[in-house]
Design a protein around this ligand. Structure first.
Ligand SMILES: C[S@@+](CC[C@H](N)C(=O)[O-])C[C@H]1O[C@@H](n2cnc3c(N)ncnc32)[C@H](O)[C@@H]1O
Length: 280
């Protein structure tokens, strides 16, 4: 039995009420399936291929009348949440440069952004045609690589980190990926000291991946840096279990939701990728 009480049965086996269970991975017959024979191109009505297409479509129409897709109308999903998550996280795999940078990050104890969140950052930077991006938390440069790959060809990434060793590792990663030093500036220091020195309204995107207890302060100091239409993104902004991070993330969520100048979006990537677009 499924947890929701559905009887266990194989794909295409009718249920007692006559409906048929279609598994998410199951291939649905298409008209093209019957058209592989070159004779079909002649359009002969009575050809064996045409007849087989017609039969397939008739039987499929009959199936559709009774079809019941799992995951619809409150039924349990066909795949477990962890299987979906695994698929999502591996959808845009890392190349060798990213994998090597991640390994160096792990050796230094700097947690790196996951591939799905990285792909989202590249997508975002690309959608915004980002020319100026601020990153809080350089780490070993994994998120920086994703951002640089999405930004405009002449865009500059400004990345802040308190650890010189991390920034050395990031510089190595950017060099391995053939980004010239003109594409990034690495600023060493405490984020809350550096952010007020950056230009208000001068950035398309601010990406935050540093000290979670400081996330509400990064919002306060990061939003003024954005141009209207710019986006601030927080990695790991889903619920946390330990304090003071948990309280800080609850506060961050409330601040973003309650600010009428921001349009919020929480994406279920990694530990939660929170986006807020500066509407005005
Ligand atoms: C999770 S790592 C960043 C990983 C990086 N975004 C990536 O995906 O490759 C967090 C980084 O933030 C830096 N950091 C933590 N607190 C900071 C602060 N208050 N100011 C500046 N950097 C900070 C740490 O040194 C560390 O390198």
């Amino acid at each position: 039995m499924f947890p929701g009480g559905l009887p266990a049965r194989g794909p295409n086996q009718p249920a007692p009420n006559g409906s048929v269970l279609i598994m998410a991975h199951q291939r649905v017959p298409r008209v093209r399936d019957g058209l592989k024979d070159p004779k079909s191109a002649t359009g002969e009505e009575g050809s064996p291929v045409r007849r087989s297409v017609a039969e397939t479509m008739r039987s499929w129409d009959a199936t559709l009348r009774n079809v019941r897709l799992t995951g619809c109308a409150g039924e349990p999903p066909a795949l477990s949440a962890s299987a979906v998550r695994k698929y999502v996280e591996s959808f845009a795999p890392e190349d060798e440069v990213l994998a090597a940078a991640r390994e160096r990050g792990e050796e230094m104890g700097a947690t790196s952004i996951g591939p799905a969140s990285g792909a989202a950052l590249r997508f975002l930077a690309s959608t915004l045609t980002a020319r100026a991006v601020v990153e809080i938390g350089t780490g070993a440069g994994i998120s920086g690589l994703w951002l640089l790959r999405g930004m405009a060809p002449d865009g500059v990434l400004t990345s802040i980190d308190a650890e010189p060793e991390h920034q050395r590792a990031a510089r190595r990663a950017f060099t391995e990926a053939a980004f010239p030093p003109s594409r990034y500036r690495l600023i060493m220091g405490q984020a809350l000291d550096v952010l007020p020195r950056l230009t208000d309204g001068g950035y398309d995107l601010v990406f935050v991946h540093a000290a979670k207890p400081e996330y509400p302060r990064y919002l306060e100091t990061g939003v003024p840096l954005l141009r209207p239409g710019g986006v601030i993104a927080f990695d790991g902004a889903g619920p946390a279990v330990t304090e003071p991070a948990a309280a800080a993330l609850r506060l961050l969520g409330a601040m973003v939701r309650d600010d009428e100048t921001l349009i919020p979006l929480m994406l279920p990537l990694g530990d939660g990728l929170l986006l807020a677009l500066r509407a005005s």
